[in-house]
Design a protein around this ligand. Sequence first.
Ligand code: ADP
Length: 406
Amino acid sequence: MRIRLSLWMMLFLTFILILSTTILFYYFKKGTVESLEIRLINWSDNISLAIAENPAAFRDNPASFIYSATHNEFISGSVLVQFMDRKGHLLAKSPSLMTNDLPYQKGQDNLLQDVHFSDGLRLKCYQDKLIVNRHIWGYIIVAIPITQTYHNLTRLRDLMIIVMCGTVIILGIGIHTLVNVNILQNQKLFLSFASHELRTPLAIILGHSEVALRHPHTEEDYRTTLALIQNEADWMSRLVSNLLFVFRSQSGTEILKKKSFDFGELVAESASTIKTLYPHKKMTLTLPNNATLIGDQDRLRQVVNNLVENAAKNTPENGLITLTLAETPKLLVFEVKDNGVGIEKKKQKKIFNAFYRVDENTKGGMGLGLAISQWIVKRHKGKIEVKSILGEGSVFTVSLPKGALP
Ligand code: ADP
């Protein structure tokens, strides 16, 4: 259960990490590209402005505006400029373009596009109209190489993926360690509980066998002693198997066996067993015609036995136990009602915790039955609930999907 929980936690954190890294990268890339585009538009506007201020100079020598008009950074060879006339004929272009021309789209303005040249060069281009005295004189196209920018973005993406994988691995190790610490803590709890709970029956067994062996006794005395020893050994055996079950369920190694069976039969069997053990308790039983379920029969028998026996243990002589099994199209709902001692409100949640007992001094209780029952019911994708009033009685309800076990 815990392993499954940590796996889900791990998947959830990985998902969040992938999502946040992707969003971060997307916005960083968008920002980088947008700032390039804004710079291109500014360059184009600066050149257009310089031409509008001195149209005669542009008419005489358009090439001179490739270098002089912007007074700033685009003098650097990395910015490419190209002028076209109104009909789309080339007027001038940056010499570093050599045999290449910047792409011209007939009649377009405010046009941003990415261009790949066959020599591997990648450019971001911006095309705009050249307007002088409200007349279209031609077109300006400015461009900037973006090969390096995209290369850097790819490197950043790879780096983010590596960091993300590293974080997922560290997270995994962290969660795994936490789970192990938890299991170890549980192991400690088991050990202290087991040693504490096994001490009394062991002392009884040792004490009685010692007395029996010291002097000769009648056959009747030996029988009484052996019955006592058997009783204590039986309790110890149940305790050990319950502890093993809790430990296996918590470490994820308990496997359920799936099969189709009649849950009603199982309830009837349990009712008759408990009735034999507690003959003075009144018991009523209501079953539907068909209560077929797919699940682990032995484990579900454990749940039913535990609930019915708890009801019997916690009702006075002549107390009434009402067992009802009802059927809905998808669910089987099993209810165990008693008119016994009831459970205080604040203790009702705690009774499902392993080792919790309402009265620590009650002989025979291990505080494991409901914890185990809850685990089994949850593994069948079902629910176990309690409603109780102190001094009036309790109702335990188990709802089980009919075909729950995967
Ligand atoms: P135990 O083996 O000690 O009964 P459980 O896990 O089955 O352990 O039950 C936990 C506690 O819940 C018990 O100490 C018991 O007092 C209380 N309890 C369980 N069922 C009932 C009930 N029907 N009425 C009153 N108390 C109950």
